[in-house]
Design a protein around this ligand. Structure first.
Ligand code: HEM
Length: 88
């Protein structure tokens, strides 16, 4: 909630790969979709395919038109870093 964007590494993202602790990265932004899980129109199992990962390509292959930025605006964790080591 501060002004400095939080940086999330791929390895940190990968630890949030459970239904009750679910993060997903789309186009460089990491979202916490734990609360959205039960409301995903495609179901829990479909959404879980992208959880803990950079799911940009998967998301775009399924429904590139979905306005996830609006749906998940309250669920932003931060920005996805390119590397796997913690950012300075
Ligand atoms: C619908 C898969 C992520 C929002 C669907 C459907 C599938 C699917 C298969 C079609 C369900 C049906 O028509 O019966 C996935 C996969 C995801 C993912 C594999 C992993 C990346 C998300 C995210 C959001 C989202 C992150 C938004 C925050 C929606 C919406 C629909 C939908 C709004 C309904 C779209 C429509 O009817 O036009 N999803 N989804 N999904 N999903 Fe996802």
């Amino acid at each position: 909630v501060g002004g400095v964007p939080r940086i999330v590494t791929l390895s940190e993202l990968a630890t949030h790969n459970k239904k009750n602790d679910a993060w997903i990265a789309i186009r460089g932004i990491v979202f916490n979709v734990t609360q959205y899980m039960d409301f995903h129109p495609g179901g829990i199992d479909e959404l879980m395919r992208g959880v803990g990962k950079d799911a940009t390509k998967l998301f775009e292959s399924v429904h590139a038109w979905v306005n996830y930025q609006s749906i998940l605006q309250k669920c932003v964790v931060g920005r996805l870093s390119r590397g796997t080591t913690p950012s300075p």
